[in-house]
Design a protein around this ligand. Structure first.
Ligand SMILES: *Cc1c(COP(=O)(O)O)cnc(C)c1O
Length: 397
C-alpha cells in the first residue's frame, strides 16, 4: 500500500485506450468505444479476484458503504453497529441515509468485538458494519453467528484489507455485502473509486440502479430506461476504472512485496519481549498492508512515536491521538456539527456517544502502533528502518 508507488506502463496503456476513443463515461456510447469497457472489465476482474458473484463499481469507498447499506434497505431510523476504530467514512456513510451509527468497542484483533456487538443490539438494529482495519480482520465467525442469531445484515468494509483472507475466503466476500475503496492511498488505486461486492442478486441490482439515478440499465437507449426506484449518482468514470483495471491485475505482485517487507520488520520487532502483535483470528491471513503491534502502555507508545519522528521513521501512527480514525477525537460527530438540521433522534444518538464507556477500545488503541507497509522500499531501506524501529522502541521502554 499504496499502489501508486508502482504505477507503470500497464496503467498508462489502459488510460490511453480511454483517451483514444474519448468515451469517459462507463454507460452508453457503444458505437464510439472500440470495444473498451473499462468499468465493466474491472467489475469482471473484481468478481474473479474476490470470488464473488457480483461487483458494482462506484465513485469512492465511502459511496460503496452507503450504496451497500441502501441496497440492503437500511435507512431512516435504523441502527447500524460500527466500531470505534475505523475511518470517519463509516459514520458518514450511515448518516447519509438517515440511519443511526451505534459505536461499539473493538478487541485485540483491532476489529469489532462480537460480545460488544451483541450487547448493543436493540429492536432498531438493522445491520452490523465490520471494518477490516489495517490489513487484518475481526473474528468473523463470531460476528456472523451474532448476525445470524439476530437476523442482521453484515456489511464488511474491506477498504484497507484487499487481498487478505479468512478461512480461505477473500476479505470483503464474507459479509452479505463487501465494500472496497480505490482512493489514492489504497493498495489498488483508481485515483478515486470504490466497489460493492455481493452474492445476493437483489442487492446487486439495487446497487447497480441506485448508484446511477435509479437507471435500470435495460436496453441500449439510456434516455428510454425506466427508474424502478429513487437513486443517486455514485458513478465511477472510465478514466478512473482504467487505472484500477491495470492495478487489480497487479494485486498478487503488490501482496507479495507487502508480505516480504512486513516480515522483515516483524521479525526484527519480535526480538523485543515487550512487543506483542495484534491477534489475527484462526484461519485468517493478513494482506500485510500494515504491521500493527502493541507496547505495554499508552505512554510508551507515545514516546516511541516521538522517537520514530526524531529518527525519520515515517508512516507509523498511534491512533489514540489521531483525528480521523478513532472515536476519541471525533468531536464533530459527538457534538453533531452538521451544516444542515439532523433529526432529533440522530442528535440524541450522537450525544450519547459522549458518555459511552469505550475503555476497552482505549486499552487496545492506546497501546497500539500501526505502520504502513510501502511497496517502494528497497531491501536496504527496510533493514535500516527495522533497525531504527528496534532502537526507538528499546529506548522508550
Ligand atoms: C479509505 C477508507 C474508506 C473510504 O474510502 P474513500 O474511497 O476514501 O471514500 C472507508 N473505510 C475505510 C476503512 C477506509 O480505509
Amino acid at each position: 500500500m499504496p499502489g501508486f508507488e508502482r504505477f507503470g506502463a500497464e496503467e498508462r496503456k489502459e488510460l490511453q485506450d480511454v483517451l483514444d476513443n474519448g468515451v469517459l463515461m462507463r454507460y452508453g456510447f457503444d458505437g464510439m468505444r472500440n470495444g473498451h469497457w473499462k468499468a465493466k472489465a474491472l467489475e469482471a476482474q473484481l468478481q474473479t479476484t474476490l470470488q464473488t458473484k457480483h461487483a458494482q463499481l462506484v465513485s469512492s469507498g465511502t459511496a460503496a458503504v452507503s450504496v451497500a447499506l441502501a441496497s440492503a434497505g437500511v435507512g431512516a431510523g435504523d441502527e447500524v453497529i460500527m466500531p470505534t476504530f475505523t475511518f470517519v467514512a463509516s459514520f458518514e456513510a450511515i448518516m447519509m441515509l438517515g440511519a443511526i451509527p451505534v459505536l461499539v468497542d473493538i478487541d485485540d484483533t483491532l476489529g469489532l468485538d462480537a460480545k460488544a456487538v451483541e450487547a448493543a443490539i436493540t429492536k432498531k438494529t438493522k445491520a452490523v458494519m465490520v471494518v477490516q482495519m489495517c490489513g487484518s480482520m475481526a473474528n468473523m465467525t463470531a460476528l456472523q453467528l451474532v448476525c445470524d442469531t439476530h437476523n442482521l445484515i453484515l456489511v464488511e468494509d474491506a477498504c484497507q484489507a484487499i487481498g487478505g483472507t479468512y478461512q480461505g475466503k477473500p476479505l470483503g466476500s464474507i459479509g452479505d455485502l463487501g465494500c472496497f475503496s480505490f482512493d489514492f492511498v489504497k493498495t489498488v488505486t483508481c485515483g478515486e473509486g470504490g466497489a460493492v461486492i455481493t452474492n445476493n442478486e437483489k442487492y446487486y441490482l439495487n446497487a447497480d440502479h441506485y448508484s446511477d439515478h435509479g437507471h435500470d440499465h435495460i436496453g441500449n437507449d439510456r434516455g428510454a430506461e425506466t427508474h424502478p426506484f429513487l437513486g443517486y449518482n455514485f458513478r465511477i468514470s472510465e478514466l478512473h476504472a482504467a487505472v484500477g483495471l491495470a492495478q487489480i491485475k497487479r494485486l498478487p505482485e503488490f501482496l507479495e512485496i507487502q508480505k516480504q517487507n512486513y516480515t522483515i520488520i516483524r521479525t526484527a520487532l519480535s526480538q523485543i519481549p515487550e512487543v506483542t502483535f495484534r491477534t489475527v483470528p484462526d484461519g485468517g491471513e493478513e494482506s500485510y498492508s500494515f504491521l500493527n503491534f502493541f507496547l505495554p502502555d499508552l505512554e510508551t507508545a507515545r514516546k516511541t512515536i516521538q522517537v520514530f519522528k526524531e529518527k525519520g521513521v515515517d508512516v507509523c501512527w498511534n491512533y489514540y491521538d489521531n483525528n480521523w480514525h478513532y472515536v476519541r477525537k471525533w468531536e464533530h460527530l459527538k457534538d453533531a456539527k452538521s451544516l444542515f438540521p439532523l433529526s432529533q433522534e440522530m442528535n440524541d444518538a450522537l450525544s450519547n456517544i459522549k458518555t459511552t464507556d469505550f475503555s476497552n477500545s482505549d486499552h487496545y488503541i492506546g497501546r497500539n502502533i500501526s505502520c504502513l507497509i510501502k511497496l517502494s522500499w528497497t531491501e536496504e531501506d527496510i533493514k535500516l528502518r527495522a533497525n531504527k524501529m528496534v532502537e526507538a522502541i528499546k529506548s522508550s521502554l
